[in-house]
Write a protein that binds this ligand. Structure first.
Ligand code: HEC
Length: 394
């Protein structure tokens, strides 16, 4: 497929994914907050379990939460399912357009595992499916009711997934896949657990029979899980702009620490909404993110004794390893415009981008993309030394 067409598809899907994702996560935050903020009516009202008043955008809103099966439901009932559905569909198509079509650039890193695109894609699809099956079975089993135990088991499984994927894919592809697993579990929770419970609830109410409290409880549990996954999943989706996270040596620990930190911060807000002040969760969550920052420190490079690290040496490396893609007219197969608008055609170009070169090719090894031009550690050290000496071009 033509690259420009892929880029426009990518843009359209990403835009849709972001908008539906904001709507979905926004409603998740809102309903978790709402549930926790409801108060018992001062004067008992028939069938009302909790109520609350809000003021927003120039008007007052009065919400009442009904007992499990209200006496009746009006003909017009709002459901919240399309946000999740479209977030997942757009996310999956984005995965296909960006990662499956560009597997050798964005998924595979021969230095980690020398697999072909077909294997990379098969592993990806299997990971998404198997992760949901394992997660769902765990939480539907008797183990799922044993307090903190299933939480700890889940955390260990996430850690295993992050470790496994960072040892199959390049860092960027691995991070993205952990996020895709989260997104898939979240969407499947909506389709397979939450919506069916709501359908049963509506049908029971209409028929005047009691609702299945077990289904309702499982739906609430999954909705809470989704809420905890929101912060980690959003971090992962933006992480592809930050090579120091996915490009570091212990990237799976970085991912785990930031994800856990995010979930802890979410936990603080959920507890606070219920009137409990577990303030320590905030410094603990931030500490985890700081630990991630320490683990993800830039790689130290040492220049071999007697190696020249002047501009001529740096420019030669960049011309050989980077410019095939990063040029106004790239020579690398499949590129018809400089990726991310970064060009290294003139000495001034190279100097202008020196800080970004350091981030991408010296501090981390995220560039050259998939190391498709075969850059060596010695060459990275030369670039590092040249930049450290002021990135001079004379
Ligand atoms: C095989 C093609 C290819 C090669 C070779 C390559 N890059 Fe890139 N580069 C890309 C692509 C594709 C992107 C855009 C990545 C994305 O979509 O996030 C990119 C993005 C970048 C960016 C912008 C990302 C940012 O956020 O700063 C920089 C800087 C960069 N590359 C530097 C380099 C350097 C330095 C080299 C050589 C050591 C290099 N690249 C070699 C394909 C390449």
């Amino acid at each position: 497929m033509e690259q420009w067409l892929i880029d426009w598809l990518n843009l359209g899907l990403r835009w849709l994914h972001l908008i539906t994702g904001i709507a979905w996560i926004g409603s998740s935050f809102f309903f978790n907050w709402l549930d926790a903020s409801l108060e018992k009516p001062k004067t008992p009202k028939e069938g009302v379990e909790g109520e609350l008043w809000m003021v927003h955008s120039g008007g007052f809103y009065n919400v009442e939460k009904m007992q499990l099966t209200p006496a009746q439901i009006p003909p017009r009932l709002h459901w919240f399912m399309w946000e999740a559905t479209f977030t997942w569909i757009s996310g999956f198509l984005l995965l296909v357009v960006l990662y499956y079509l560009g597997a050798s650039a964005f998924m595979i890193d021969p230095a980690i595992a020398d697999i072909g695109p077909a294997t990379a894609i098969a592993v990806s699809l299997a990971t998404l499916a198997v992760s949901w099956i394992v997660y769902d079975a765990l939480w539907a089993s008797p183990l799922g009711e044993k307090g903190w135990l299933p939480v700890i088991v889940s955390c260990l499984l996430w850690l295993g997934l992050a470790y496994g994927l960072t040892h199959i894919y390049g860092g960027r592809g691995a991070f993205l896949h952990v996020g895709a697993v989260m997104g898939t579990i979240m969407a499947a929770n909506v389709w397979r657990r939450i919506i069916p419970a709501q359908r049963q609830l509506v049908a029971a109410t209409k028929a005047g029979t009691p609702a299945d409290a077990r289904l309702a409880k499982a739906a609430k549990q999954r909705s809470v899980h989704n809420n905890y996954m929101t912060l980690p999943v959003v971090f992962i989706m933006i992480s592809n702009h930050y090579p120091m996270t996915y490009g570091s040596e212990y990237n799976w620990i970085v991912l785990a620490a930031i994800a856990l930190g995010g979930a802890m911060i979410r936990h603080f807000f959920n507890l606070r909404n219920r009137g409990r002040n577990a303030w320590w969760l905030i410094p603990a969550g931030i500490a985890l993110v700081l630990i991630a920052a320490v683990i993800a420190r830039p790689t130290e490079r040492t220049l071999a004794a007697g190696t020249r690290a002047d501009f001529a040496a740096a420019a030669g490396i960049i011309a050989a390893r980077c410019a095939p893609c990063h040029s106004a007219s790239p020579s690398f197969d499949g590129f018809d415009a400089p990726p991310a608008g970064v060009v290294f055609d003139t000495p001034a170009d190279i100097a202008r981008f020196s800080a970004r070169i350091k981030a991408q090719a010296v501090d981390s090894e995220t560039m050259p993309l998939g190391n498709m031009t075969g850059m060596t550690a010695g060459e990275r050290a030369i670039l590092g030394a040249w930049i450290a000496a002021g990135a001079k071009t004379e």
